[in-house]
Structure formats: C-alpha cells, structure tokens
Design a protein around this ligand. Sequence first.
Ligand SMILES: [Zn+2]
Length: 253
Amino acid sequence: MIDTHCHLTYKGLKENCQQILEDARKEMKAIITCGFPEDADDALALSEQYPGFVYVSLGIHPTDVIEMSDDDIEKYSKFIERNKRKIIAIGEIGLDYHWITDEKQKQRTKEIFLFFLNLAKELDKPIILHSRKAEEDVLKLVIQEDVKIATFHSYTGNITLARKIIEEGFFISLNTNLPNSKNAKKIAKALPLEQLLTETDAPFLSPYPGKVNVPQNVKLVIENIAKLRQMQIEEVKEAILENCESFFNTKFS
Ligand SMILES: [Zn+2]
C-alpha cells in the first residue's frame, strides 16, 4: 500500500511522526509526503531518515501563495531546483476557489500555478494538483501547458469532468473521505482503475472522528474501491501499486 499524499511534517502528524512511521512500515510500501515552503527542509530530512520508504513532493498551497512575494517564490523555486534529486514530484500546486474568491488573488494564484507547472516540466517531475472548487480551470491550464503526467489529488468534482480528466490521460486520487462522497464513489466505481491513485491527505480528513488521520488509513480507500467494483482487496491493492509505480516512475516494492 502507498499513501500518495499526506503531510507528515505538518502539525497534527509531525509530533508523533516517528511512531506513526514505525507502525506504517509494517504494512505499507511507501509514503509520499508533501512539503510546503515552511516545512520543505523537515520533509527532506524525514525522507533521508527513511530512505526508500518516505518520499517527498514539494509544492505550495494556493492559499499560501497570496502571502508570498515574487522574491519568496523565486527563493523557494531555487530551493526545489537544488533539491531536485531528492524529490519524487512537484505538488501540491494548483487553485482553490473555495478559499480564494477575490479576482485579483485568483489571478495571482494562477500565475504562480503556471510558474510551478513549468518548473515541474523542466525538472521532469510528475505533478500533484490541488483543485478545490477549481477543477475546470486546473484542467484547462494543465492541458494548455501541455503537461504529460499529473494527478488531481483529493478530487471531489463531478463525474463528467472526472471522465474528461481521465480521457486527457491524467490520474485521479481518491482519499479517506471516499465513503462519504457521492462523486468520489461514482469515480471509484466507474472510471478506469489504471488511472486511480489512493491517498489520505493526513493529518486532514480523518475517517475516525476525534482522531488524527494517518497514512495507514489508505487501506480504507482500497477496501472501498474493492467493494464498489466488486473486486478482491488484494487485486485492487496490486493494481493501485502498479499505478503508483508508473505515475512516479519509481519501483516501490
Ligand atoms: Zn494535501
């Protein structure tokens, strides 16, 4: 099992990270943790501590973009370039129209999104996309920029757009909220398994009220996909592992 998207160095998880990773190791093959400007160093240090198990993707959340100057962005992108061999992907990057509604701010997040899309292309890395309430615009931009490999992380948009995403050759990543999301359930059931990934987005989106989410909970996503498609859990596990290996161009087993 692989968690393709969580935040191990974010508050909520970082405090108990070592214990969580020791437990996770027993049943998981790899964890992709997403770092932001403020915890990128910590994320890289963690992957050095757990080589071949913890992998890092570096990105910037759209809601953080509006707090950053051009200079900050430049410095961060240089940091990513310097560390390109230590990272497996770029992301999450994208747009968020749930939190960002001001037109000027939307414009700013679009510019920075385009900047990082092109950085990912230059560095030849797969891209993890954030697209909350902005799925159409994110898809439009990745097509426009001729992006080859990207996943819509924690996708909650509708099935029609999801079909389009799949037809364009992109991946959709389903999270631990799957049992509660009508859209996600339709996608898990009907869209090609070869283009689905699984994630927790931990410490967020805990399936257990009052408890912090952990990477191991990705098994709930696998179990739900298996149930919805009437497949064996092991079969889905294998298939998703193969998808992860092809998406990240890395052997995890
Ligand atoms: Zn996330």
